[in-house]
Design a protein around this ligand. Sequence first.
Ligand SMILES: C[S@@+](CC[C@H](N)C(=O)[O-])C[C@H]1O[C@@H](n2cnc3c(N)ncnc32)[C@H](O)[C@@H]1O
Length: 434
Amino acid sequence: MNSDARVKAYDVLSIVEKGNLLDAALSSQLNALGSRQDKSFLAELVKGTARYAGRYDYLIDKFTKRSPDPSIRILLRLGMYQLFNCNSVPDYAAVNETVNAARKVGFHKLSSFINAVLQNVRRTVEGNPEGLIGLFPSPEKEPLQYLTTWYSHPEWMVKRWLEKFSFADCEKLCAHNNCPAHLTLHLNPELDRSELFSYFEKHDIEYSESDLVSSAVIIKSRLARDSINDLLSEFTQVIVQDQSVQSAMDHFSPHLSGNIFDMCAAPGGKTVNMLWRMPEDATLVAMDSVKKRMVKVVDNLARVGESDTPLLVADGLKMPFTDNAYDTILLDGPCSGTGVIRHHPEGRWQLTEKRIFSSGEMLFQLAQNAVDILAPGGKLLYATCSLEPEENEIVINRLLEENSQLSVVEKGKYWLPQTDGADGFFAAIVTRVK
Ligand SMILES: C[S@@+](CC[C@H](N)C(=O)[O-])C[C@H]1O[C@@H](n2cnc3c(N)ncnc32)[C@H](O)[C@@H]1O
């Protein structure tokens, strides 16, 4: 295994620690590596270490007298990921290669400290009859501490979930968030599935049809980026979309009619879903406030042959339309994303509880602006990938309280990772009665 991968992993994790996005920091380093094996090792190291940072921090604090500097903490987390979660790396290599990486990034003097901490944790785990989990708080005596440390989640987040879900459900939710998602496809209802399934068989791709929603196919094999691109260019009537999103769009589809407005559209997954399901006489306009993200909508619509869809870059907080403009509005606005934590290993550490409140306020403003341009009899389809009431039912309740012309079609339905085994999602439908 390329030992540079650990130095590169350290570089990426240092960038992420400063609040940057992992995917962006990782992709520039991946390009600098040659072999597919090295690339996948680097990606695994970075994502796994970020995901389990809370678990390793608990061990670091237990096995050090003074809290180490952030850079040393990153190196210790990297070593622990290789020791405890990375089957392909033997223990001696996990420790030695992390110590070597520490020297290469300039921590010569602290390399013996890193070696001592990693060896000490390794020996203690070996000597514990329960193994690694035996060093963590007990679920019976300290349920909150157990969930936050062993499952590596911020305490404030787990505290909120324990108020809403049972302990067993919280544990399932936290465990789900630590499992990388399978690639899931949404198939155009008109696609001949047999051709797609023959392609899978020809390329040894393991798959299954979803139990949750008939339009979804789950790819069980881990595919390299190139193989995903090959698949998507061969089958243009297939997009990547999680099962719960597809199920929510099933829920919405009977309400698609007339002039449809996709208010926060980028990168365009739900735009495509609606274009494939809306009645022939309906029209659709897609908008997003971020130009760079709108480019992705342009690319995605071109791939599925829907380039003639009208698009615009504008801010939903300063709505560019006036009264009665639309019969159906999809608002899938910017939220905390607590339903999709498994897709973003660093996201849980960058999110704050304050952000949930401010995003709830912004979603309310966007929803109010959508209601203001809804035609009589029109419907607002409201969606988020958040599990938090402040971004979901509290927004819908406030909308109903402040707008007497609205009534409820569907007050709010959750798709929960711990019960559906897919992303978390929320959908509600309100209608303007007069
Ligand atoms: C959850 S994503 C939408 C995902 C999209 N519906 C899809 O299925 O691919 C939220 C989007 O809202 C956009 N957004 C944020 N603030 C906005 C605003 N004030 N007006 C319009 N779009 C906004 C973001 O740029 C982002 O693309």
